[in-house]
Design a protein around this ligand. Structure first.
Ligand code: B16
Ligand code: MG
Length: 217
């Protein structure tokens, strides 16, 4: 039996949220806007353009499109500078064994991420070869909670949405999977991801029998 296993990237496979935070904080500070870790939660799974709008709304700052474009470029350059030394050590605990097990079971795997930097991150961390399809911020026009990113991924894996299983760390991503009629698995805090069908603190909590059960269902 074959399912489609779709992984979000930031917060699921790698902990890049901390780098997004540092880069956004620099932009916010330059504009005199306070930007806390709590504020950063609002940006998880959200596109770069929308993230900037959220920060400007927080600071009640109005800006021209020209300025916004400039800050978006600055933010991404700064973010990329944190990724220069990225390697396999940045993969979150328990992820590699799950990817390996899915391969052993001949299950197709896709990436479904809002990030436009997804490919270089998969390359740097040495896990690009696990993915049969990659759908990222360059391929979609509707951001999560719209299910577009996951629907395209399921299609590329030649699987019906109901047979797709999505691993997500953001509320918007879990909603996207649910709206898309897929199995949603939250990675993170129960209190935040309560809409998910299953919730695990991290991938070390997901054992082989659970994955076998998902494949059989
Ligand atoms: P980029 P995901 C998302 O990735 C991040 O969670 C979000 O914080 C970020 O703003 C977005 O990617 C865009 O990233 O600036 O690299 O294009 O969680 O959907 O994998
Ligand atoms: Mg994420």
């Amino acid at each position: 039996m074959t399912k489609a296993f779709i992984f979000d990237l930031d917060g699921v496979i790698v902990d890049t949220a901390k780098y997004h935070y540092l880069a956004w904080k620099k932009i916010a500070s330059g504009l005199g806007i306070e930007f806390t870790h709590e504020h950063n939660e609002l940006l998880k799974g959200v596109s770069r353009v929308r993230s900037l709008d959220i920060i400007l709304e927080l600071g009640k700052v109005e800006a021209s499109q020209e300025d916004k474009d400039k800050w978006l470029i600055q933010k991404n350059e700064d973010y990329l500078s944190y990724l220069v030394d990225m390697d396999q050590n940045e993969i979150l605990p328990g992820v590699l064994p799950v990817l390996q097990f899915l391969k052993e079971k001949n299950q197709p795997i896709a990436l479904g991420s809002a990030s436009k930097n997804a490919r270089p991150i998969l390359e740097k961390t040495g896990i690009l070869h696990y993915f049969d399809a990659i759908v990222d911020g360059n391929d979609v026009s509707n951001a999560k909670p719209d299910p577009e990113v996951f629907l395209i991924a399921a299609k590329l894996l030649k699987t019906e949405p109901k047979d797709a299983i999505v691993f997500e760390d953001s509320v918007a991503g879990i909603q996207a999977a649910n709206i898309g009629n897929m199995v949603s698995i939250g990675i993170g805090e129960k209190s935040i991801l309560e809409e998910a069908q299953y919730i695990f603190k991290d991938f070390t909590q997901i054992d082989k029998s659970f994955i076998e059960q998902l494949i059989r269902k």
